[in-house]
Design a protein around this ligand. Structure first.
Ligand code: GCV
Length: 720
């Protein structure tokens, strides 16, 4: 991303003229790097790799002059210069011979009506085509929208960076869903809730930062993987974000996102009409409240004409909400949605609504049931520009959870899946944990909905959230990213595979985890075969390794849930109202969520899925303790007792975490020195932490069960 370092000055570069080509940088493959460029390094190809691009046109022609199109051309010129050492001349459309041509379909048809772009091309989709135009060989990057052209440029550059041939190029790419957004949980004082990559890139000391260079760079990273929206502040929102004086500051962030086609949006506090609006109520059905939102939204659009909309967290974890006035989430969402509607904005209303003072002694209580209980009865009551934002699992980003049943529970309501890129419960970027493998399992999970109104023979979560099953107008993917001011954005260079992977999955959830990590590795570290083989294998194994020493069999992350969500702390889950219970006692472990004897949560799924989870016979081992309370001696499909599985899993996981260190050490000299050392230090630390986890959990469960380990590693002290 060398090319984006002056992003906040983009309009300036446009004025200066994009024919200005930057100096060619030829880094040695092992030179020090900070990770700041992430997957947009555009490092110089070696001579052999560069030869396949000898036929690449010498110039680029831009059809149109919008800011986003100019950005696309600028990125192309800079990146080709860096990777191939060639200066592409940037021109307008008057002489398009032997050129890389960038433009929308409309502009292209004027240039050459004989070209026949694929008719199925939708908004933001793009077409990469090697074509003859006016008799000369050209390369076309076209889309229905300016933003799609930018995406096409990034795709072309990714191919070059990975050494893919461009001969006979003819490729159409379409986004799977219209919503591909990230959320940032940034507070106005500059801290980030559950952020592990340094302070906010947007805010410091209660104000928008004076220097927004990083925010602009973030815009380019997001656009490069097709992300088209960013909510910049914490869902635990400070009402002050909507203060009149603050909006002018916020609009500066929108300005640095705009060249990259990233729409800015805000998290809002539902009590704002009262707290900052001077009303004596925030009742969503009070006309004065509706009027307040209407005026506020109009004002926002005066500052930010391409504003995306609002994210709402309400009646959850102490946030105020419509329940204050005995109103529903639909009442609250719709009053805001109606203010946004004339401007094309949307409301993401989070389904993360639950009572965190549940009585833990009542075995029928279950936090997992809350989202469905609250939102399923309201199906069809939300306006068309409301999207219900649903966490992937019914609890809270644990290391493994089943897909939330709510995905299948709303047929007349827009949905988006919320995935957590920042590794709150999955090692906080200090442990290697490639989450795409986990997300794929949820997205591909078939909810087996049988409904006479649908023609689909499969109803996976990805199709439900994209609105494809019930033909919803909008829907898609939201990732909680929480990048920060650390040079490498997330605190660890390897964690950036999760941000990259989120974007790629939001664009195309049918991509495999293997394909995604292969791309990311080549772009981030180059295509040395040893690096690609070793690092992709490490990433692909990492989620299961982390799971094996922190929370196997679906017990949830056995962490300190009252504190940092990082260290082992299984006892903290019990005997409090937060509802992350695993119900471990002297006889057994696991939450009984069956319809027959438990909380009834399983009854929220469609019938075929209920059958899968309700019976011990069919329930998969890896979710056993999420759905069932079993004795420690219960025998799994593997033939092992639960307790022995827990011991073995922790020992095996700690061993495999240790192996990451030696695997990485084989890459010494194959990756740049600074990132090599940084990652080595992290993996060594993870290896010791995995041992700490292993010993803490094994000791805890041995003390409860008093069943020793068959292999003599745990519980060798005499029984009392
Ligand atoms: C932003 C979890 C996290 C909270 C987070 C909340 C949410 O409970 O621990 O930090 O709040 O989820 O998603 O709203």
């Amino acid at each position: 991303m060398q090319s984006t370092q002056n992003v906040s000055a983009l309009p300036g570069f446009v004025v200066l003229g994009i024919a200005l080509v930057c100096t060619i940088v030829l880094p040695s493959p092992v030179a020090a790097e900070t990770g700041a460029e992430a997957w947009l390094r555009y490092s110089a190809l070696n001579l052999q790799a560069a030869t396949i691009y000898q036929q690449l046109p010498e110039k680029t022609v831009l059809l149109g002059d919008s800011l986003v199109l100019k950005t696309a051309q600028w990125e192309l010129v800079q990146a080709v210069s860096q990777m191939l050492g060639r200066s592409l001349h940037a021109e307008d459309g008057s002489s398009p011979e032997h050129a890389i041509i960038l433009g929308t379909l409309t502009q292209l048809s004027v240039l050459d009506p004989a070209l026949h772009p694929p008719p199925e091309l939708r908004a933001d989709g793009y077409w990469l085509k090697a074509a003859k135009i006016h008799g000369s060989q050209c390369l076309v990057i076209a889309s229905a929208t300016d933003r799609g052209v930018l995406y096409g440029v990034f795709a072309l550059l990714s191919k070059i960076a990975r050494g893919e041939s461009l001969a006979a190029l003819d490729e159409v790419q379409q986004p799977y869903a219209p919503v591909r957004w990230v959320n940032q949980w940034d507070n106005l004082d500059g801290r980030i809730e559950r952020g592990y990559g340094g302070p906010s890139i947007f805010f410091a000391e209660g104000k928008v930062r004076a220097d927004l260079t990083r925010a602009g760079q973030y815009g380019s990273l997001l656009a490069s993987v097709g992300i088209n929206g960013c909510t910049i502040n914490n869902v635990n929102a400070a009402p002050g974000i909507l203060e009149d004086g603050f909006l002018a500051q916020i609009s500066r962030i929108a300005d640095v996102f705009r060249p990259w086609g990233v729409q800015l949006s805000l998290s809002v506090d539902l009590s704002s009409p009262k707290v900052i609006g001077g009303l004596d109520t925030f009742d969503p059905l009070d006309p004065r409240v509706a009027e307040w939102w209407r005026k506020k939204v109009d004002e926002i659009y005066r500052h930010i004409p391409d504003f995306g909309g609002f994210v709402v967290k309400a009646d959850s974890e102490g946030r105020l909400g419509p329940s204050t006035y005995r109103r529903t989430p639909a009442d609250a969402a719709n009053v805001i949605a109606r203010a946004l509607k004339p401007h094309g904005g949307v409301v993401f209303y989070r389904a993360f609504v639950y009572n965190h003072h549940l009585d833990w002694r009542d075995l029928k209580n279950d936090r997992a049931k809350a989202a469905y209980d609250n939102f399923h009865p309201l199906d069809g009551a939300f306006d068309d520009n409301v999207i219900i934002q649903i966490k992937n699992g019914p609890i809270d980003f644990q290391v493994r959870e089943p897909a939330s049943p709510l995905f299948a529970g709303m047929h007349r309501t827009n949905e988006a899946i919320e995935l957590q890129i920042t590794q709150e419960y999955t090692g906080q970027q200090r442990h290697l944990c490639f989450l795409v493998s986990m997300w794929k399992e949820v997205l591909d999970f078939d909810m087996r909905i049988k409904d006479p109104h649908i023609d689909a023979n499969a109803t996976p979560v990805k199709a439900l959230v994209a609105g494809r099953v019930f033909h919803r107008p909008i829907g898609g993917f939201v990732g909680v990213a929480n990048v920060g001011m650390d040079a490498n954005w997330l605190g660890s260079p390897l964690a950036m595979a999760n941000l990259y992977g989120f974007g790629r999955l939001a664009w195309d959830p049918n991509l495999s985890a293997e394909k995604i990590v292969d791309e990311w590795t080549r772009l981030t570290f180059g295509s040395d075969p040893l690096v690609v083989k070793t690092l992709t294998a490490m990433q692909l194994n990492s989620w299961r390794v982390y799971e094996s020493y922190t929370g196997p069999l679906g017990a949830g992350t056995l962490t300190n849930i009252l504190g940092n969500h990082y260290d082992p702390g299984p006892e903290s889950s019990e005997e409090n109202g937060w509802g992350q219970w695993h119900r471990a006692d002297h006889q057994g472990i696991g939450m009984d969520r069956t319809v027959a004897t438990g909380t009834g949560f399983i009854g929220q799924y469609p019938p075929e899925v209920q059958q899968l989870y309700e019976s011990l016979e069919h329930c998969p081992d890896n979710l056993l303790l999420f759905f069932h309370h079993v004795p420690y001696t219960y025998v799994l499909y593997s033939g092992k007792a639960v307790i022995q599985h827990v011991y073995d899993s922790h020992y095996d996981g700690a061993d495999r975490a240790r192996d990451f260190v030696s695997q990485w050490q084989t890459l010494n000299g194959h990756v740049d020195r600074d990132r090599y050392r940084d990652i080595l230090g992290r993996l060594q630390y993870q290896a010791t932490e995995a041992i700490a986890w292993r010993d803490a959990i094994c000791t805890w469960i041995f003390r409860l069960s008093r069943i020793p380990d068959d292999k003599g590693r745990v519980g060798t002290e005499p029984r009392r």
